[in-house]
Design a protein around this ligand. Sequence first.
Ligand code: ZN
Length: 131
Amino acid sequence: MKFLCVACDEAMKFVEVADTAHGDTFSAVFGCPRCGRRIALLANPWETQLVRSLGVAVGGRTTPHAPFELVRERLANSRLMWTEEAEQRLARIPEFVRPMVRDGVERHARERGYREVTSEVMDEVRSSMGM
Ligand SMILES: [Zn+2]
């Protein structure tokens, strides 16, 4: 899924996730790299809950920099193995939240010392969200 700026025939780029005035929801903001036009995709409550419960900071950074953060981020960015079934479940999640969900699930898996993300791991994340 990609948004196209109709005026420029240019693919819009993801800019930021922002809080909205529409209750407890957030929007994903996309912008045209050529004319600067912006549009926002309003997440539904399920997507909002999913992203929030995965601890994604919405609207920018909220925690101060910590020592060794860079190293930890590098470790956090190394990918875990995903089973085919888990990948398929991930593929059903809306594309714009998928990277955040992937990171959140992998963080959950790492914290518990798992080496692989399975469908069961995704169930754990889901139940930890009370869904
Ligand atoms: Zn444009």
